[in-house]
Write a protein that binds this ligand. Structure first.
Ligand SMILES: NC(=O)c1ccc[n+]([C@@H]2O[C@H](COP(=O)([O-])OP(=O)(O)OC[C@H]3O[C@@H](n4cnc5c(N)ncnc54)[C@H](O)[C@@H]3O)[C@@H](O)[C@H]2O)c1
Length: 445
């Protein structure tokens, strides 16, 4: 089938490469000319395991092309995917500017029936706005051409995006037109062979399903972070509590890790956007507000622990940071906990020496050259002579370090662990002080 994808970011590139891999003819269109030039020169603008090989293979096979030309894109695909960014607006609601710009562009150019597929995460009612925009653009040029708008939210996880796309838990198709539903089902057939994962539902239900999934996952994290703070105060070990509750199959072990807050391009903005949607219809989403507030506070938790340990004397100190990305296996630093921590450290005159297996380039792009940020090539370079080691991202290569080496390199023997990677006994046996999340000794009640 012929497929056009607007937006060549994490979602657009993975969708394009995977749809090409199963034999479709795909054109990815983006307004960012540098990005398209890089892709056409064989580069890949993001780090996502396996993506570079998949893109190279399908470009070579002639099934995957990249372009800045919207004319070419609209002329090509029966399916016109919208996979552009939906960043938060000033009030937290989803900014639909890019989504509606693509709708406008399709409406201005289409000459035959098209299925417009909303893959970006968009608030309930957006499919209607996309349809209105397409219709208005058509009538501007005195045309009336048939089209459908389908909601097909994406659930891939950065770091495991290709696996998630190839073997999805579910494929949500929101449409009121059974024929369009069947066409989407056919497009997704190759990803749906093991058992039926396609769930066809109304457009608004599909739009809300995406927000509901992310809000639920964010709620689990904030719940555990809230409990970790209580555990610290009462002298309990949150890791024991975690395994204790996870054993209940109604709760489960997944996604109940305490830490220094969630980040990334999805959870923070989607929780806020859903909360805004609720507000606009006159409903106060108190639980969502709390999820967001707890996360905001949790992102400052590491700094408070560091400040407390050094009794406020942080100016001129150097902190070794392990991990900059918002989670392992990605270079994405959008709303990463590392950013809040670094900004707090810089504000009090401390320096950061950071190591991340893939996100250094992204940190350089975000912060430029600055005297209080040094990006190093390996994890032990970060530690050498630093006043403390701070773990921010749970990359697997951080899980079993040589604690004796770390102790020898640090000028103060202390590790602040925002991801509870280590066994406290092992760290303290090496002569290090270990400050983690939800496992501190009891303070008097
Ligand atoms: N990143 C994820 O893990 C993930 C997972 C599921 C859903 N989503 C959702 O998918 C959407 C895209 O996310 P992303 O992370 O891929 O974003 P991204 O920022 O990585 O990429 C968006 C791309 O869209 C391009 N763009 C903007 N306007 C355009 C236009 N008019 N025409 C063509 N291209 C245009 C930008 O140049 C950019 O390359 C968002 O709504 C996001 O919430 C993201």
């Amino acid at each position: 089938m012929d497929v056009t994808i607007f937006g060549s970011g994490y979602v657009g590139l993975v969708t394009g490469a995977c749809l090409a891999e199963v034999g479709n003819q795909v054109i990815c269109v983006d307004v960012d000319a540098d990005k398209i030039a890089m892709l056409n020169a064989g580069g890949v603008p993001i780090f996502e395991p396996g993506l570079d090989d998949l893109i190279a293979k399908n470009r070579q096979a002639g099934r995957l092309r990249f372009s800045t030309d919207a004319d070419e894109g609209v002329a090509h695909g029966l399916f016109q995917f919208i996979a552009v960014g939906t960043p938060p607006d000033e009030d937290g609601s989803a900014d639909l500017r890019h989504v509606l710009a693509v709708a406008q562009s399709i409406g201005e150019r289409m000459t035959g029936y098209r299925i417009i597929v909303d893959k970006s995460t968009v608030p309930v009612g957006t499919a209607d706005r996309v349809a209105e925009t397409v219709r208005a653009a058509q009538s501007e040029r005195g045309q009336r051409i048939d089209f459908d708008v389908v909601s097909n939210p994406e659930f891939l996880k950065e770091g495991a995006a290709i696996e998630d796309f190839m073997r999805p838990d579910r494929i949500i198709v929101g449409t009121d037109n059974p024929r369009t539903g069947e066409l989407l089902r056919a497009l997704y057939g190759p990803f749906n062979r093991n058992h039926d994962r396609v769930m066809v539902m109304g457009v608004r239900s599909a739009e809300l399903t995406k927000y509901a999934a992310n809000a639920m996952l964010a709620t689990k994290i904030s719940f555990m972070n809230e409990l970790s703070n209580i555990a610290e105060a009462v002298g309990a070990d949150i890791e024991m509590v975690r395994v204790g509750i996870g054993s209940d199959p109604r709760i489960g072990y997944q996604f109940i890790y305490p830490g220094c807050g969630y980040g990334g391009s999805c959870f923070p903005k989607d929780v806020r956007a859903l909360e805004r949607t609720a507000t606009t219809i006159g409903y106060e989403a108190e639980l969502l507000q709390a999820v967001e507030a707890v996360n905001h506070r949790q992102k400052e938790r590491l700094f408070s622990k560091i400040e407390h340990y050094f009794e406020g004397a942080l100016q001129g100190k150097t902190f070794a940071l392990w991990g900059l990305a918002f989670k392992p296996n990605t270079d994405d630093m959008r709303e990463a906990s590392s950013r809040r921590l670094m900004e707090q450290l810089w504000a009090v005159g401390a320096r950061v020496r950071a190591f991340d297996p893939v996100a250094a380039e992204e940190a350089r792009r975000l912060y430029g050259e600055r005297a209080d940020l040094e990006l190093v090539e390996n994890r032990m370079d970060a530690v050498e002579g630093a006043d403390a080691l701070v773990i921010v991202t749970e990359w697997s290569e951080f899980r079993s370090p040589n604690f004796a080496d770390i102790k020898a390199q640090l000028s103060t023997p202390v590790i602040f662990d925002g991801r509870n990677l280590f066994d406290p006994n092992q760290v303290t046996a090496a002569g290090l002080t270990y400050v983690s999340i939800g496992r501190e000794p009891a303070r008097p009640l």
